[in-house]
Ligand binder design. Structure first.
Ligand SMILES: Cc1cc2nc3c(=O)[nH]c(=O)nc-3n(C[C@H](O)[C@H](O)[C@H](O)COP(=O)(O)O)c2cc1C
Length: 336
């Protein structure tokens, strides 16, 4: 698979702009999701399983697909066939929205990085709930945990954010093994303010009240740009509300490692984020017993090991997967 992806698929994909390549990939995987033969072919590249139980869910391996790659939940069977131990779809917002004007994803190959300012382009909670219901009824639902990442619609004022999250939560929770509250994407104005302890507490309380008879694990995805003192306060809120987990981290607004001529507005991901996001993982794992899902700059076996050594229970891939393809899963699993 390494040879196939790095010799053939990646050069072909990288001959297109980053967003076109993204749509082509997700489109192929969406089509493959309908055909058993195609899924079987993808499965032949799967890494061996290494089951792990975290917040009550059984993961066949600890490597997940990070939010943003399949925002609309169109290719769940294919991601599972490729060997991901869990899949996080979204970010889903209550209202469908087009996101920011293109171009809005930029490759920085020399830095093994991406910059994006997509702005939560997605089909909206209603359409995505319909799609997930159909998949469920079709019998093709994947045999790995599925997380649904929800965020605030751009048109909803920050003061009404809670209602927006609640709307998506009510529609989508029946399909989710866990729900992620995304309060850390840098491309929706004001969103990161929801990390302020009082605002976060209000949001967690509102979601907690909705939990119902069979509560689903709720996790929060945080930014790598939080100051250590603020992180302490956030952790206290998460513990008070008995959060199931924390995803550390989203993309960063710290572009100091990027040459000015390559820089773009947006969230930076990939290798330049690795150290910062590992520092967040280490800080959280050192201060709290809440399980940590690490995301940020995992591009090879060494950077994956670094996250586990810092205290992560699970990891998620985005930018590393774009540069390395499915071979990255095998490489990480072989080194574990
Ligand atoms: C193009 C792109 C789109 C993303 N979209 C989302 C998103 O919708 N929701 C979210 O929580 N994170 C999103 N992310 C962040 C990733 O899930 C991940 O947390 C981040 O990129 C750090 O991991 P990485 O260095 O492995 O890419 C996106 C990242 C990229 C590069």
């Amino acid at each position: 698979m390494k040879n196939f992806y790095q010799r053939l698929a990646r050069p072909l994909l990288f001959s297109f702009d980053a967003e076109t390549a993204h749509h082509l990939t997700v489109g192929w995987l969406r089509t493959a999701s309908h055909f058993n033969l195609a899924l079987r072919a993808l499965k032949s590249f799967q890494p061996p399983s290494k089951p792990k139980t975290v917040f009550g869910l059984k993961f066949p391996n600890p490597i997940g697909l990070a939010a943003g790659l399949d925002k609309n939940g169109v290719a769940l069977p294919a991601w599972a066939a490729l060997g991901f131990g869990f899949i996080e779809i979204g970010t889903v917002t209550a209202k469908p929205q087009p996101g920011n004007p293109r171009p809005r994803i930029f490759r920085l190959p020399a830095q093994q990085a991406l910059i994006n300012r997509l702005g939560f382009n997605n089909d909206g909670a209603d359409a995505i709930a319909d799609r997930l219901r159909k998949l469920h009824n079709s019998g093709r639902w994947p045999a790995v945990p599925v997380g649904i990442n929800i965020g605030k619609s751009r048109a909803t004022p920050l003061e009404q954010a809670k209602d927006d999250y609640l709307y998506s939560f009510r529609l989508l929770r029946e399909f989710a093994d866990y729900i992620t509250l995304n309060v850390s994407s840098p491309n929706t104005p004001g969103l990161r303010e929801l990390q302020e302890p009082k605002k976060l507490s209000d949001l967690l309380q509102a979601i907690g009240k909705e939990a119902g008879a069979t509560p689903k694990p709720v996790v929060v995805k945080i930014s790598p740009d939080i100051l250590p003192t603020d992180l302490k306060a956030i952790l206290a809120v998460c513990e008070e509300h008995r959060l199931a987990g924390i995803i550390a981290t989203n993309t960063t607004l710290d572009h100091t490692s990027i040459p000015p001529q390559l820089d773009q507005a947006g969230g930076l991901s990939g290798a330049p984020l690795q150290e910062k996001s590992t520092a967040s993982v280490r800080e959280i794992a050192g201060r709290s017993t809440i399980p940590v899902i690490a995301s940020g700059g995992i591009c090879d076996a060494a950077s994956a090991r670094e996250k586990f050594q810092a205290g992560a229970q699970l990891i998620q891939l985005y930018t590393g997967f774009v540069y390395r393809g499915p071979g990255l899963l095998r490489e990480i699993m072989a080194a574990m």
